[in-house]
Design a protein around this ligand. Structure first.
Ligand SMILES: [Zn+2]
Length: 71
């Protein structure tokens, strides 16, 4: 079964202590691993993320995930 292969970008952000600014710490490329022609949201099980197809389809959608700084 061929895979869907739809792509998205996940930005891992963090808020450094003492600031109110989100800083991008890591950028991960996601790839849908479901079967081609599946219904519903795309899913990358390796990174545990799901996303909708972007309406335009021209560029991969960007997801944000907030992660706290290690204490
Ligand atoms: Zn998909």
């Amino acid at each position: 079964m061929p895979q869907c292969g739809s792509q998205a970008v996940l930005m891992i952000t963090t808020t450094p202590e003492g600031t109110a600014t989100n800083v991008v710490r890591r950028r991960v490329e996601l790839r849908c691993e479901l079967n081609e022609g599946h219904s519903g949201r795309h899913r990358d099980g390796q990174h545990g993320e799901e996303w909708e197809t972007s309406p335009t389809g021209s560029r991969p959608p960007t997801l944000l995930r907030q992660e706290d700084e290690e204490k």
